[in-house]
Design a protein around this ligand. Structure first.
Ligand code: ZN
Ligand code: ZN
Length: 274
């Protein structure tokens, strides 16, 4: 029996003898099946291959990013937030080896794993079992869990406080239960928003964008973007980290507001003449 992993999205499935027929995540229009076809691996195989290594970098006080090199799957970055001996892993990556376990243990381990949306579920259950942590997922995304576990806590409603000043907010958009993590004490008390890819920091890192599907470039409706901005205005943060280690360093709320205005203008045909 194996826990198979889709090579394109990096998501692990519940135990089976043969690989699944297809990948639930990749067959959705927010992802894609690789042009060369569906392929599978396992975590044991990835470790044996000895190609990958996780880079663990301190970005600032009490915040570390974890990224696999070379890229595997979608290639996202996970973050470890430390707050008063309560460590949260924000989003997850597939690769987990002894080196990573040792390094993360040296940083105090993981108490909770919180997920922005299904694209980053990765091997979340392996991480939760290794570090004896609970996994927090919005109940609206329950159907996308490919490896069920008693460690998964499905939260509901519009927000969920993991610990004082560490708050999950459902924003929807890219996925129904799509969430962000507001970390009020980060950035020396100015606050940090860990946005996954719901608020996507773009190449020009003073700006963000919003999409229903990134690989297939399907935009979100203007009304949904406006609604997300209304919720974000009420949060406390100055800096934004996205899932690809791009950072809006300061005035994060203003960056979201002006980016949303530009996006809505573009959708309405008012941004430029063609
Ligand atoms: Zn997949
Ligand atoms: Zn995504």
């Amino acid at each position: 029996m194996n826990h198979f992993i889709c090579r394109t999205c990096g998501i692990q499935y519940e135990q089976s003898i043969l690989p699944p027929d297809s990948c639930l995540i990749c067959n959705d229009e927010r992802q894609y099946v690789h042009p060369k076809g569906q392929s599978w691996t396992t975590l044991e195989r990835l470790i044996q291959d000895n190609i990958y290594k996780n880079d663990i970098i301190q970005d600032e006080e009490n915040l570390y990013s974890i990224h696999t090199k070379p890229n595997f799957g979608i290639g996202q970055t996970a973050y470890l937030v430390q707050q008063n001996e309560f460590n949260v892993l924000w989003d997850c990556i597939t690769y987990l080896d002894d080196f990573t376990v040792q390094e993360i243990s040296n940083l105090g381990g993981i108490d909770a794993i919180a997920l922005s949306h299904p694209h980053y579920y990765a091997t979340q259950v392996e991480w939760a079992e290794t570090f004896d942590a609970l996994i927090y997922i919005h109940e609206d995304d329950k159907e996308w869990v490919t490896r069920p576990s008693e460690r998964i806590v499905f939260w509901s409603g519009e927000k969920h406080e993991l610990k004082s000043g560490l708050i999950l907010h459902r924003l929807g958009g890219h996925f129904q239960g799509r969430s962000v993590l507001e970390w009020q004490h980060g950035n020396q008390g100015l606050g940090i928003l860990l946005s996954g890819d719901i608020i996507q920091v773009v190449q020009d890192q003073d700006w963000v964008s919003f999409m229903y599907s990134y690989p297939n470039l399907i935009p979100l409706p203007a009304s949904k973007v406006a609604e997300m901005v209304e919720k974000i205005r009420l949060m406390k943060f100055d800096r934004i980290y996205n899932a690809f280690h791009r950072i809006v360093k300061r005035d994060g709320i203003a960056a979201v507001e002006r980016s949303a205005n530009r996006y809505i203008k573009a959708l309405k045909g008012k941004l430029f003449e063609t």
